[in-house]
Design a protein around this ligand. Structure first.
Ligand SMILES: [Zn+2]
Length: 457
């Protein structure tokens, strides 16, 4: 094994400059086939050439980028030879397994760029800058990686399906447009993300899921037409309006009331009320005592907002019940507690009553809602980072760049790979004959330790 871990090459020289490492390499073995006509030369049972049919002509240096080494960029100069082929009478250049055929990068860097550019944490630009490669090359690596992921993925129907929507800016539209997000509620994964959230399209997506007939429940928000799509395609599944969406609606109303009052206030009071906006929509028991005192003092000044706030917290009490029966009891008490003039909150009550079965179905099973919010956050972060993403890029990032479970698996594999190579490198250092050879193994060991340090295993 050489310092780079690229078995087909011999490292002839190595330079260590301030900014980067440079290695000069050449192929260990002569070529076994002509890249022009495809003729393969014969080998005997020992792997030796029966005849050396390709005649060496000249060579040219070719520079490619590789994975970073100890935080420094790596440049490899491959001395690529040209050969004459007696079969087609033409000249051809050597083929390398570890170098991308048409780009100035190694295959492993190409793969790494594909994986990294898919993550919602990175942009094309950030990956390009990290490796000193053009955006265009990163984009090509991204699509090759994504195409492979799409090929390997089958949309399997979850037991509990979540249908949600996010509003995002889309080219050509002044207002934000709704996108439908489909999730596996139990596995906490986004399984599909589409541009058009019409009933027809939602039906099409549900039907494209393998085993969709077995979906047991579908969670959704309050004012969606998704319910009708579900009733038509999977009539046996029950629809659930989850906790998160009910409270979200109440909080939206609270915000409206607050904004309306705020707009009519003098500057100082305006600021004070605005500063409270997050406390108002937070769960009361989560606020520290000091914040609670501040909030109550401000609310005291605005009775209408104070009443609406109490109604929101009262609705949350319904969700503190474990049994459906108790929840119903609590709900009726809540209904009675709403004063006639609390128009906005009466609206919420009407909305819940229209969807009573769906809202109280929440108490029939344990339908977690914790993920709904984080899914929205993941998508929004991807959008913020990559303004100007096409929908197709965003979709791939959301589908393949957000799965926490997958990343864990890769980490585990990495750890084993690094550990095994480390053991091997240590043996190599022991056996190394020259100082240069020893040094090259040392650098490799450092690289592996760096990788170990950077990973959160
Ligand atoms: Zn040929």
């Amino acid at each position: 094994m050489n310092i780079l871990g690229l078995d087909e090459f011999n490292v002839i020289e190595g330079y260590d400059s301030e900014q980067y490492y440079k290695f000069v390499v050449e192929a260990k073995e002569p070529p076994t086939f002509c890249t022009k006509c495809g003729t393969t030369v014969e080998l005997d049972e020992n792997g030796d050439f029966v005849t050396h049919v390709f005649k060496r002509k000249d060579w040219r240096p070719r520079t490619v980028a590789d994975l970073d080494l100890r935080g420094k960029k790596v440049v490899i100069q491959v001395n690529q030879k040209r050969f004459f082929c007696p079969y087609c009478g033409g000249d051809f250049t050597e083929y390398f397994n570890s170098v991308a055929r048409n780009d100035k990068v190694t295959v492993r860097l190409w793969k790494r760029m594909g994986e990294e550019s898919v993550s919602v944490k990175n942009t094309f630009k950030s990956v390009a800058e990290q490796y000193g490669i053009s955006d265009t090359t990163v984009k090509k690596a991204f699509w090759e990686h994504v195409d492979r992921l799409y090929e390997d993925s089958v949309l399997i129907a979850p037991k509990v399906l979540g249908i949600d929507e996010v509003y995002l800016h889309e080219e050509g539209f002044e207002r934000k447009q709704p996108f439908a997000v489909f999730t596996d509620i139990e596995k906490k994964e986004i399984i599909e993300f589409v541009q058009d959230n019409s009933k027809e399209n939602v039906i099409r997506i549900i039907k494209s899921m393998k085993g969709y007939e077995n979906i047991e429940a579908v969670t959704m928000d309050m004012n969606s037409g998704y319910r009708h799509a579900v009733k038509e395609t999977i009539p046996k599944a029950f629809c659930v309006v989850d906790h998160f969406h009910v409270i979200q609606k109440a909080n939206m109303k609270l915000n409206e009331i607050r904004a309306k009052i705020q707009s009519k206030l003098p500057e100082g009071d305006k600021k004070e009320l605005f500063k409270c906006r997050c406390k108002i929509t937070s769960n009361r028991e989560k606020l520290p005592e000091e914040a609670l005192y501040e909030l109550d003092t401000v609310l005291e000044k605005y009775p209408k907002l104070q009443t609406a706030y109490r109604i929101k917290e009262g609705l949350r009490d319904v969700y503190k019940q474990e049994k459906k029966y108790d929840a119903y009891q609590m709900y009726h008490k809540w209904e009675e507690s709403i004063p006639k003039d609390a128009k906005e909150m009466k609206g919420i009550q009407r909305m819940i009553n229209r969807l009573k079965n769906e809202v109280f179905a929440y108490f029939d099973g344990n339908f977690t809602n914790a993920y709904t919010e984080s899914i929205n956050n993941v998508i929004k972060r991807a959008v913020r980072l990559g303004v100007g993403y096409s929908f197709e890029v965003l979709r791939a990032k959301v589908l393949f760049g957000t799965k926490a479970t997958e990343i864990k698996k890769v980490k585990e594999m990495n750890f084993r790979r690094i550990f095994n190579s480390l053991t091997m490198q240590y043996e190599d250092v022991e056996c190394a004959e020259s100082y240069t050879e020893k040094y090259s193994y040392r650098v490799n060991i450092d690289r592996l330790f760096d990788e170990l340090e950077q990973g959160e295993f």
